[in-house]
Design a protein around this ligand. Sequence first.
Ligand code: F0G
Length: 457
Amino acid sequence: KLPYAEPFRIKMVEEIQQSTREQREQWLKEANYNLFNLKSSQVFIDLLTDSGTGAMSDQQWGALMTGDESYAGSRSFQQLHETVQKISGYQYLLPTHQGRAAENVLFSVLVKEGDVVPGNSHFDTTKGHIEFRKAHAIDCTVDEAFDIENLYPFKGNIDLAKLEHVYQIYPKEKIPFCLITITCNSSGGQPVSLENMRAVKELSDRYGIPIYFDSARFAENAYFIRQREKGQENRSIKETAREVFSYGVGMTMSSKKDGLVNIGGFIALNDEKIYRAASNFTIIYEGFITYGGMAGRDMAALAVGLNEATEFPYLESRISQVEYLGNKMIEYGIPIQKPIGGHAVFIDALKFLPNVKRAEYPAQTLANEIYKEAGIRTVEIGTILADRDPDTRENRYPKLELVRLAIPRRTYTNNHMDYIAAAVKNVFDRRDEILKGYHITWESEILRHFTVKLEEA
Ligand code: F0G
C-alpha cells in the first residue's frame, strides 16, 4: 500500500514570516490581548478561522476572469443558481455578501420578538441575529457533545427529547423553524447523522415546524456521513448532500467555508412567498437579487468551488489533514474534543489549564500562550464568545471552554501541522506555571469577542 498524498499540486505560494517571542509579547500587549487585533504580518500560522482563508483552484481563478458583472441577470448568477439547485435541490437562490448576511435577510422574514429557534449549538452570529430580534436560540445538542472523551460519532446531533420539549412548551406560532447546523461548529466541527436529520424532520413535521440548515460546512458533514454511517459508504458526497437538504425547506450558507471562496454567502429555499419577502430584504441590505453583495466573478468562482468542495478526494485530503494534527495532539496527551472535527481541532482549556479561574477566561489565556509560544493565532470558543445573557447581563459560562485551531482549506502543509503540534506541546509541558488569566477592561453589547479589550489578571 502506498502512503496518502494530496490530490493537488501548488501553483502559487505566499511568504509568511517568523518573529521572536519578545516581539510577540509586545504585539499582544498592543492588541489588548485580543488576537483579533493582531496584524496578519505578526502571525506565522493563522488558525483564527477556516472562513474565507482557503486557497482557490486554478479553475476558480480562471472563472474569475470570465465572471459577468451585469447588475441584473448576470450569467455568473445563472451558473451559481444552477449549481446550487443541483447540489441542494432548492429552487430559489438569493446571494448575499456572506453567511451572516444570509441570516440577517432570512431572519428578517422569519424571526419575531418572543420567538424561539431550537437547534444544535447555533453559531455566534446566528444566535446574534436571533437575539438581536429579541428572540431566543435554544440549544438541543446531544449531551455526548459536551464530554470531549466520548467517541460518539455524531456529536452534532439534536437530542429529540430536548427538541420535543421545546415543541411542547412553546406554541407553534412562536417557533418559526428548527435550525440544523452542519457541521456543528460550536460543538467542535461535529457532524449530524442522516438518521438524526430524518428523525428531527419526522418530529418537526408532527408539530408543523419547518427545518432550515445552516450549511457552512455541509460538504464536510456529508463526508462524515459517508465515513461513519452504516450503508452510506458507497454514495457520492453530492448524493448524500442532496438527501440532507431534502429534509429541510431551505438553507443559509457561508460560502467562505465549503464554497471554497474568500467571500460570499447565499440563501436557497423552496417557498415562493418567503423567497419574495426575503428578496425585498436582500435589495435593502445586500443588493439586487441576482448579485446580493457579490461581484459577478465571485459568484462564478463560487459555482466552481461548490463543485470542487463536494468531491470525495478533496474532502479526504482536507479532513485527513485536520485529523493528522488532532492525532499528534492526542499522542502528546493534549486534551482535545474527540472524535476530531471537520474543520478544526478544539482544545479543552479547562483540562489544559486547570489553575486558571473560569472568571479569568482559560481558553483566551491558552490562545494567547500559544501565540506567544510560536506565532500561531487561534480563537477562543468559550466564555468571551458566549457573550452575556441578554436578560441578566451576567457572563454565560458554556459547558465547554475551547480553543479552536481552525485549518484553512488547501493552505498549509503537514509540516505546518507538525510545527503547530510541537508548539502546543511546549505550552502543555509548562502548563503548571500558568496560573493567571485576564480581566475584561472594555466590551461591546453583543458579539463582544471581536473587539474585547483585556488586561493581565
Ligand atoms: N454559520 C456557521 C456555522 C459559521 O461557522 C459561520 C461563520 C457563519 C454561519 C457565518 O458566516 O462568517 O460568512 O458571515 N463562521 C466563521 C468561523 C466566522 O470562524 O467559524 P459568515
